[in-house]
Ligand binder design. Structure first.
Ligand code: HAS
Ligand code: CU
Length: 563
């Protein structure tokens, strides 16, 4: 078939549906809560950086671990979850039409339960009754209400997820035989991943942590609860990165005036994420006893498989850049790069996220390698790793998205002023993170521990020899933290400006037309039963025997500890 006849049959237009005003409200409320949590979380981070650097002392009524918990929960769990659901509700309404009243109500029900859970957990953290960090690792114990808050948080996301899935499958049913729009396909993969993964955390919270915190059981099986946590905790990081990838796949091509390179490849990447990001949680437990080397090894292999869809993504996005740059007249090996819209923050912020994901992903591969993990585990290196991945790649992409999504939802204009503030914000964030995360990586390599407050052993002459380099220094971490705080405040200002202050008017929702090969994407890619079936089979393979072993050969349980 010639190129032109293929083009003739294409769904050649970007989705033109306006988002219904009621769906806009649902979306913007999520995004507003996300940014309030963001601002509070940023201040938590600043305090930590200064305390760790030995530069300030906290007043007696605030605990270091209390702040650390608030920082992690507000940024890694609350900010991400709210902004992701806000994005999904708006995007699904745009690409699949308005939600029915029933499904929108389900979305609001999800939002209410999620928010109730968030408030309960926040009160427990603020009153220092849940200073257990964002991983709430047993045997650290929180007040039982904190775990109830977490359970409600998860149930809320299930309700909202059900609304999104139902909306997608309704479209699929109404358009039999047609490939589903990419946005819906990717949302579905992400939500299905989230639901399957969160069953693990729900299990440990409901069956282990709540009875233990209520005093119904005296001790807890630690390795089991950590395993159930990481069964969830690794796919959780993909629940963050997949929506960021959706911005790269679906929004960036439009912003740069091009077209996504391939629909099939994008769908394949998301299917691979669904299949391989769950049976890999042991790569967070490589240094823990109670899990046999064989199963750690199996899950490490699967971890290396789940790197592949990220490599496919790197290829796809780079190809999209090159295709677009050359279409615009760019020549040479790399000079087509000049044709990309470097001054447009909707492109530039996510681009910086991509660039930083190259070393960040490489760091992940280091973590996953058993011998190297023994060097970096429980050190500041890991904290450096996740401030690059989720703290930079994912966050800069979500910032880049907010510049157009918020004014679309609030009926305002994305102005030059907002763009300029956004460019400054992106630079500040990247520079702050360069210092903070760079120093964290190096400090980790020389043995600085994570999850600890300032400790005087860091003043010991022998420790000082390692911790007082120009870049291997807690002071550098703190300087980076101060720059990041400035960037965080500027981002909050951008949110306020685009929500309340920018002039009224129209802003474009940049969504690319589905790629050239969409009508030819293999049908099996849309076969969810197949993918969910294989995902479950892989999970059973990777987890059944080790979990059985943890229960049957359980070591004596542990009594509670608290910070
Ligand atoms: Fe990780 C720990 C392994 C990715 C987040 N990770 C963490 C923790 C967090 C986290 C939060 O194996 C700490 C948890 C805790 O509190 O204990 N991670 C990996 C691996 C990957 C990986 C193998 N992590 C992520 C992502 C995260 C995230 C994504 C959040 C969003 N991670 C680990 C391990 C640990 C760990 C161990 C435990 C450590 C320990 O001991 O505790 C991979 O998925 C990474 C693959 C990515 C790539 C990069 C591809 C590059 C792309 C950019 C393309 C650029 C373009 C621009 C197109 C291979 C896609 C080009 C343009 C030009 C002009 C050049
Ligand atoms: Cu992981």
């Amino acid at each position: 078939m010639s190129q032109s006849s293929v083009a003739h049959k294409l769904p050649d237009k970007e989705p033109e549906t306006e988002i219904s005003p009621k769906d806009k409200t649902l979306s913007i409320v999520h995004i507003a809560i996300a940014f309030v949590a963001f601002l509070l979380g940023v201040f938590g981070g600043l305090l930590q950086g200064l305390v760790r650097g030995g530069m300030i002392e906290l007043p007696s009524w605030i605990g270091y671990y209390q702040i650390l918990t608030l920082h992690g929960v507000l940024l890694a769990l609350v900010f991400t979850t709210y902004i992701i659901f806000g994005f999904f509700f708006a995007g699904m309404s745009k690409t699949h039409g308005a939600f029915s009243d029933g499904l929108r109500k389900l979305g609001w029900a999800g939002f209410s339960v999620l928010s109730l859970g968030t408030v309960i957990a926040a009160v427990m953290m603020l009153t220092n009754q849940a200073s257990v960090l964002y991983t709430f690792y047993a045997p650290l114990q929180a007040h039982w209400l904190f775990y109830v808050g977490l359970a409600l948080f998860v149930v809320g996301t299930w309700l909202s997820g059900a609304a999104l899935l139902a909306h997608y499958f309704k479209w699929k049913k109404a358009n039999p035989g047609q490939p589903t729009p990419l946005f819906g396909f990717m949302t579905t993969a992400t939500i299905v991943l989230w639901i399957v993964a969160s069953l693990g955390v729900a299990a440990t919270v409901l069956l282990q942590l709540i009875p233990w915190a209520l005093g119904l059981t005296d001790t807890i099986n630690i390795v089991l609860s950590r395993t159930l946590f990481w069964y969830f905790g690794h796919p959780l990081v993909y629940f963050w990165i997949m929506p960021a990838y959706m911005v790269w796949y679906l929004v960036i091509p439009k912003v740069i005036g091009g077209r996504l390179f391939s629909s099939s490849l994008a769908r394949l990447a998301f299917v691979l994420f669904l299949l391989f990001s769950i049976p890999v949680g042991f790569h967070h437990q490589l240094m823990e006893s109670g899990i046999s080397g064989f199963w750690k090894y199996m899950q490490t292999i699967l971890t290396f498989v789940v790197v592949v869809p990220s490599l496919l993504t790197a290829f796809s996005i780079f190809a999209t850049f090159e295709q677009t740059g050359r279409e615009k007249g760019g020549k040479g090996l790399f000079s087509w790069l000049k044709k990309l819209p470097w001054g447009d923050v909707r492109f530039f912020a996510p681009f910086m996220g991509m660039l930083i994901f190259i070393p960040a992903g490489a760091g992940g591969i280091i973590n996953a390698s058993f011998q190297l993990n023994s060097v970096v585990h429980n050190t500041l290196w890991v904290v450096g790793h996740f401030h690059l991945t989720v703290g930079t790649t994912v966050l800069l992409t979500f910032f880049g998205m907010s510049y157009w999504l918020i004014p679309v939802l609030t009926g305002r204009r994305f102005t030059k002023h907002a763009n300029r503030c956004g460019m400054v914000q992106t630079w500040l964030w990247a520079i702050g993170m360069f210092f903070m995360s760079g120093a964290m990586h190096l400090l980790g390599l020389v043995g600085a521990p994570r999850r600890t407050a300032y400790a005087t052993y860091q003043d010991h002459p022998q420790a000082l020899q390692w911790f007082e380099g120009i870049f291997t220094s807690h002071v550098t971490v703190a300087i980076g933290g101060v720059i990041l705080t400035a960037a965080g405040i500027l981002m909050f200002y951008n949110f306020i400006y685009l929500t309340f202050l920018a002039p009224k008017g129209e802003t474009e929702f940049p969504m690319t037309a589905d790629p050239i090969d969409t009508p030819h994407t293999p049908k099996y890619l849309d076969n969810w039963k197949l993918w969910i079936g294989i995902a479950i089979a892989l999970i059973l393979f990777a987890y059944t025997i080790p979990i059985y072993d943890m229960i049957v050969n359980a070591p004596p349980g542990s009594p509670p500890f608290s910070n």
